[in-house]
Design a protein around this ligand. Structure first.
Ligand code: 5AD
Ligand code: SF4
Length: 455
């Protein structure tokens, strides 16, 4: 029997990256093996993102190319998974009739069965969101794999010794610009024991670092029961996971500032393997805009959080997300965002031009900011951030940092500090992925550091 191959192209966030791993594992049980070429695979899966229009356009243009590949090889099966699949559903098949399966964010666990159904019935299938969804408990079987597994898109693939674990799905916050509540459904948390079991399996197979994933981890356990204790929350989960023997580093993402508690901030002081790094999206430095975004916190409250975090953990590296040019953003609102950037001096940030998403409240707002103005403001913001990142990075020069090695090759070694800074090592030899070493930081760039090790 001919072995069938699959190729998964992942767009978007870490959540999608983890979902792609789950689909790969599920397909293995149905006799599929990872292929090396998107256009030659028997099953092509595009795991898509719809957070901004650009991400969605990329998917549509790739589907156009795949139409040609399928004309040459009619046995090729094409699956659109993830957020675009969830939002567009059957409309994808109307626009792209060569697509065989449209599989929403909750149905990735069923990919094997669904693709079999496509094969036996010859019919196209479209899945939809469920109201009473429970995240299935699937223990990872993967041992350490290469960081850039050829069947996955390697741009956001996590290094082999650092893995993502999904702790919750969906979001109930309805920030006015955001499609996530529509593409990932209502917020559901996984049981604490399932999460701890998954972490144990990963650590036993050699994983050193775990990042817990959710759209808003601070509200873990709020909408459904996750343990015997009615008050079990994200801080409890962090403490439980941190105690898994052999786990060197623990991280989490993402947090909404409105739900950030003192109890959680205290964890940075108490939990030894919780990395001193925090991604806390602020989105805007203007209270008027935050209100229109339905973020439910003020700039002053955000500052308070930053101050407290730095009290609990002085070495903490803070990063953020910012949306530039939200409807109604005036010069003074943008100036307020610049002031926030200058005052907090984030170690790094992800900044995006506001993008209208269908179905969101903000897409109906008046006062849309012109594209050219958005671009100008974004350039100003990013230029300033680059300067700040460089000066932040320069603070590390001369210090000794513990590095988790990700890969080591002819062109040198690459690893990460606990603050999540990438470090290129100059003079190392024969270090292995997953090894932890000390290195002296010798040079700082805007986006990475260089280090020297005696190993
Ligand atoms: N336009 C621009 N950026 C957006 N984000 C979410 N929705 C939009 C949108 N409609 C950004 C936010 C979020 C990050 C993941 O993507 O900053 O934190
Ligand atoms: Fe989107 Fe807001 Fe939920 Fe984050 S918290 S996923 S920005 S709705």
């Amino acid at each position: 029997m001919k072995i069938k191959t699959f190729y998964i192209k992942t767009f978007g966030c870490q959540m999608n990256e983890r979902d792609s791993e789950i689909m790969a594992q599920s397909l293995g049980k149905f006799g599929y093996q990872p292929g090396t070429d998107l256009y030659e695979a028997d099953l092509v899966i595009l795991n898509t993102c719809s957070i901004r229009a650009k991400a969605e356009q990329k998917v549509m243009s790739l589907l156009g190319y795949l139409r040609k590949a399928k004309t040459k090889n009619p046995a090729m099966r094409i699956c659109v998974a993830g957020c675009v699949a969830q939002q567009e559903g059957g409309r994808i098949i109307k626009r792209m009739p060569h697509v065989d399966l449209v599989i929403g964010t909750q149905n990735i666990y069923k990919i094997g069965t669904l693709i079999e159904e496509v094969e036996t019935t010859g019919k196209q299938i479209v899945t939809s969101l469920e109201d009473d969804y429970v995240i299935p408990h699937v223990l990872p079987e993967i041992a350490i794999t290469k960081s850039n597994d050829s069947s996955m898109d390697d741009s956001i693939a996590p290094p082999a010794y650092a893995k993502f674990v999904t702790i919750m799905q969906g979001c109930n916050n309805y920030c006015t610009y955001c499609v996530v509540p529509y593409t990932r459904g209502r917020e559901v948390s996984r049981k604490n024991n399932d999460i701890v079991d998954e972490v144990k399996v990963l650590v036993r197979s050699g994983v050193k670092e775990i990042t817990l994933l959710g759209q808003n981890v601070n509200s873990y356990g709020r909408t459904n029961k996750v343990s015997d204790s009615a008050t079990y929350n994200f801080s409890n989960l962090l403490r439980d996971v941190s105690q898994v023997e052999g786990l060197e580093r623990l991280r989490f993402t993402t947090s909404n500032p409105k739900d950030l508690t003192d109890e959680l901030m205290q964890c940075f002081k108490d939990i030894k393997n919780l990395c001193p790094q925090f991604h806390l999206p602020v989105q805007s430095g203007s209270n008027a805009i935050l209100k229109k975004m339905n973020r439910k916190y003020s700039v002053e409250q955000y500052f308070d959080h930053v101050e407290h975090l730095r009290e609990y953990c002085p070495e903490i590296a803070l990063t953020t997300d910012v949306i530039i040019g939200f409807p109604g953003e005036k010069d003074e609102d943008f100036d307020a965002t610049m002031k926030l950037l200058n005052d907090v001096r984030f170690h790094g940030s992800f900044s995006f031009k506001y993008s209208d998403r269908p179905g969101t409240v903000a897409s109906t707002f008046e006062g849309k900011v012109e594209e050219i103005v958005k671009s100008e403001r974004l350039a100003i913001f990013q230029k300033r951030q680059d300067k700040i990142s460089l000066s932040r990075n320069q603070e590390y020069v001369g210090t000794i940092k513990r590095i988790l090695i990700e890969r080591c090759g002819k062109d040198g070694c690459r690893g990460r500090t606990d603050t999540n800074h990438i470090v290129h090592l100059e003079n190392c030899s024969e270090l292995k992925g997953g090894e932890m070493i000390d290195a002296k930081i010798s040079h700082a760039g805007q986006h990475s550091l260089q280090g020297v090790t005696s190993k």
